[in-house]
Design a protein around this ligand. Sequence first.
Ligand code: FAD
Length: 383
Amino acid sequence: MNFQASSEQELLRTTVASIAQSFGHRYFVDQAATGGKATELWDALAEAGFCGVNLPLPFGGGGGMAELAIVAEETAAAGCPLLMFLVSPAICGEVIARFGTEEQQRRWLPGLGSGSSKMAFAITEPDAGSNSHRVATVATRRGDGWSLSGTKYYISGIDEADHVLVVTSTGTDPLTGRGQLTLFVVPTNAPGLSFTPISVGIVATEKQFTVTFDDVALSDDHRIGPEGGALRPLFMGLNPERIISAATLIGLGRYALAKAADYAKTREVWGVPIGSHQGLSHPLAKAAIDVELAALMTAKAAWQFDEGLDPAEASNMAKLAAADAALVAIDQAMQTHGGNGMATDYGLITVWGMARLLKVAPVSREMVLNYIATHTLGLPRSY
Ligand SMILES: Cc1cc2nc3c(=O)[nH]c(=O)nc-3n(C[C@H](O)[C@H](O)[C@H](O)COP(=O)(O)OP(=O)(O)OC[C@H]3O[C@@H](n4cnc5c(N)ncnc54)[C@H](O)[C@@H]3O)c2cc1C
């Protein structure tokens, strides 16, 4: 077993870190606070060829999920966590790369691979929640094509995306009563598609939207994968989303611990640096261990994905472990800063919301535990 990163991966890590640090957390917070986006940061990373590094070489990538995880981690470690990495190259790019026709790949992947185009992802609905089988956005046959109608919510970054990959229902399985799901790529300027912002309290450069599809007409070549057969592509795509969520959380954990260590080395209250008190240093050390353990599981999940192995268990474990580790790391870093932990200038409370979000999304902690209970431990399903 080889734990050594390749020289290309090391170079990728240092290059992404240097680009992201040249923007830094202040840039990120300022953009988020003024309703702006991280366009300059995204463009700089895209220019270097990093925004779709996981996609096949002919489409501007050439690396794998391990490389995209490095990009997401280092960007977050510079205080600039980008949700767009989770959706555009990770889930949408991988689904199209593996389940799209050659023509669909040629149409959409060059933009996602180069980062010149973004794709949002829409599965969540007000009444479906964690139960994707209850998706009520319907796609019905209309001549040679389709008509989409329904509502999605909490859709990140659709305002900065050219397309959105939408999970629809095209029927009901007569045996199970579950929805038969079908995936479509929808241009965000399609007639009948509209979106309105949802106000959330986290600091993020991607905004969240309720998206309405009102009789949106699509030709059949916008359908990805088989009619009614989206479960396989969907579950394949959700693993990269979990891996990149975990990588983002690890970056945030590292970011918080680095700030805590710096502060604890210099702040003196009783004539010695506060970091010399074990009441502060031990929780930080424990948090560092947990972030590193989560990073190992994330690397395992990314490696399995890139090797064509089933990464579902590792991806779920990595996402849960990384969310728990990052939240403890940020919380302890805030504790280390005393009152300053609450000040936006110290850049900790401003990342807490993003880490807290990633405990709920893209899959909640409870749904991960459900998965591990049934798939890993073989326990009966409770729902
Ligand atoms: C800022 C933000 C950005 C988002 N971006 C996107 C996006 O880009 N695209 C997209 O499609 N969605 C997005 N989401 C939605 C997100 O993925 C969902 O909020 C998340 O998956 C949880 O679904 P829900 O909110 O419907 O919770 P619910 O399913 O209503 O669950 C509520 C609570 O009940 C628990 N629960 C539910 N079922 C069970 C069970 N069987 N056993 C135990 N506990 C259970 C859940 O774990 C959770 O704690 C985003 C959400 C936010 C807040």
